[in-house]
Design a protein around this ligand. Structure first.
Ligand SMILES: Nc1nc2c(ncn2[C@@H]2O[C@H](COP(=O)(O)OP(=O)(O)OP(=O)(O)O)[C@@H](O)[C@H]2O)c(=O)[nH]1
Ligand SMILES: [Mg+2]
Length: 252
């Protein structure tokens, strides 16, 4: 078995076509590298695919860089939306994705897209395969906040997820189709929890696998922004108020 940089084996396990969805806001310093990494994953597998960047509200050079990337490769697509938030961008990307599997990750170089193969190994047996950050590259207070947030979602919805907010998720498109689209989902950061809770409640199987996590090399992080957190809490409460089904947990 030939090795790949990063220690991942070159044996691939069943993706037949792939949409890579990247929400991006003000990622001028990162976006070209992440799009290139996504295209590499598609090329490596020799499958039909696209890299779909969802940019809502970038005020830096991101739109200009994206125009150049689109001009350079027909597999790169950009959805430019009015600024509504991370969740709205993710939902728009899921709705717009064209291919059988959808891989949703961040555009800030905090993940290694070569680790897609770790999710891919399980994509035939599970409808949703999600990463969990085995070693989260964040300061202690961010890890503590993330832990509390994760526990809150687990407790409120009766699930047992290790890392709801890990932005390394592979879905079969039947999940998005069945969950309705995803019209009317949370427009902020709670979308990650909402997606997994809805998928479990609908009976889809969710598998979790460890992935690496890296410090953001450039650009502005928004995960600890009080407005982002406040909005996620409001969306959490709103969803909790309407949610009635008891979801099932992923296998340990
Ligand atoms: N389209 C869009 N993308 C966003 C928005 N907010 C964040 N993003 C993107 O979503 C991804 C995650 O955002 P980050 O700010 O890195 O948040 P995080 O990784 O949860 O938290 P940090 O640890 O603070 O980096 C990045 O690719 C951002 O560019 C938004 O409002 N709209
Ligand atoms: Mg980040």
């Amino acid at each position: 078995m030939a090795g790949r940089p990063g220690g991942e084996p070159a044996v691939l396990h069943g993706l037949r076509s792939l949409s890579i969805v990247l929400p991006a806001r003000d990622e001028a310093a990162n976006i070209a590298a992440v799009v290139a990494a996504g295209l590499r994953e598609i090329h490596l597998r020799q499958i039909p695919g696209e890299v779909l960047v969802v940019d809502d509200g970038s005020e830096d050079a991101t739109p200009r860089i994206l125009r150049a990337l689109v001009a350079g490769d027909e597999r790169v697509r950009v959805l430019r939306l009015p600024a509504r938030g991370y969740g709205a961008a993710v939902a728009a990307g899921l709705a717009e994705a064209r291919f059988e599997h959808i891989f949703c990750t961040d555009a800030d170089q905090q993940f290694d897209l070569r680790e897609l193969v770790r999710l891919e190994r399980h994509c035939m047996a599970h409808d949703v395969v999600v990463g969990f950050r085995a070693m989260r590259a964040d300061p202690l207070h961010r890890r503590a906040y993330g832990w509390a947030w994760n526990q809150s979602i687990n407790t409120a919805f009766g699930v047992r997820l290790r890392d709801v907010d890990c932005a390394f998720k592979l879905l079969h498109r039947r999940v998005v189709d069945r969950l309705g689209g995803p019209v009317g989902w949370s427009e902020g950061a709670f979308v990650s929890g909402e997606l997994l809770v809805r998928a479990l409640a609908a009976g889809f199987s969710v598998r979790e696998v460890p992935v690496s996590h890296f410090p953001r090399p450039a650009g502005r992080a928004s995960g600890a922004d009080p407005r982002v957190i406040g909005r996620a809490v409001v969306d959490f409460a709103r969803f909790y108020g309407t949610f009635t089904t008891s979801p099932r947990s992923p296998p340990a």
